[in-house]
Ligand binder design. Sequence first.
Ligand code: GTP
Length: 336
Amino acid sequence: MQAILLVGGLGTRLRPLTLTTPKQMLPLLHRPMIEHVVSGLARHGVARVVLALGYHHDAFRDAYLDGRCAGVEMACVVESEPLDTAGAIRFAYTESGMEASGGTFLVANGDVITDLDVGAMLRVHRSAGAEATIHLMEVENPSRYGVVVTDPDGRVDAFLEKPAEPAPSRWINAGTYLMEPSVIGRIDGGRRVSVEREIFPAMAAAGTLWALRHNTYWVDAGTPQTYLQAQLDLLDGRRGPAAVGVSPEAAVDPGALVERSVVMVGAVVGAGSAVRGSAVHPGAVIGAGATVLDSVVGSGATVGQGARVTGGTLIGEGFAVEPGAVLSGARVPEVA
Ligand code: GTP
């Protein structure tokens, strides 16, 4: 099975971290987010991935010069301008040679961290004779997602992207799809096309779209809160043995308190400081007596002595928080 991974978005919700690093190259635990996605798919039989790139595409190419990502064969295609999700699928499919091999392929949003059983999804897809099948998750508040209504057999009756309340279902598009090559023929070339707003609603109307309701481990790691959550879940052992948060190549002062946090290679945590529920990226420095709570300190950034950084604050790569500053829910630098 081959997979197209959509990784060309701007990642605006994670700015300023994504101003310098594309979202899927941000570290999650101790390796880039994309590697978590690819290794998850590889466990379920995906043997080749095509990265649909745009924004900061060089970051991916530079990281995987040998053409392999997490041990999986990787090809890259780069849009000269963003084509949106369906446009990107069409472009990746035609430019990467997938057209020649034909057959069912997988598509995933590059920020979906999941233990989805792709084999089970493929069985549903095949037995239904579906043109495409979507993985669905059940969530408390579906309004910020694509909401999917199915009949009892799993055929999609309606696909509603971010509907006004009340949503007709709590099952949402979880961002992994199986597709037949005929889907490509539904997507216009040379313009922006959204799979969620245009292609899936049209397929639902045509009766060729199916869904697999499968509640499993799933996080869309595209917001500050979920980007941290994906890492805390690994530390908490929610996806297997609990992971180690502090890199052996980080320098944590014995008088510092680090709880439920990721402290990455080359980071320094000073005496008397406290880091909780946070991610401290490579080479970042937490000054003596500082507090970092539920926040992300970007690569090479500095939190000055005695500063308090809390409430989902994001500090961009190389930026500094003044000693004694108090920040909550802030972006450093501020972003539009
Ligand atoms: P936000 O700006 O924070 O919403 O993030 P985003 O730009 O990543 O958008 P979103 O999370 O909605 O996109 C879903 C997936 O599609 C992500 O993995 C994006 O990288 C990807 N994506 C969105 N638009 C494009 C595009 O035009 N081209 C490509 N190749 N990928 C895209």
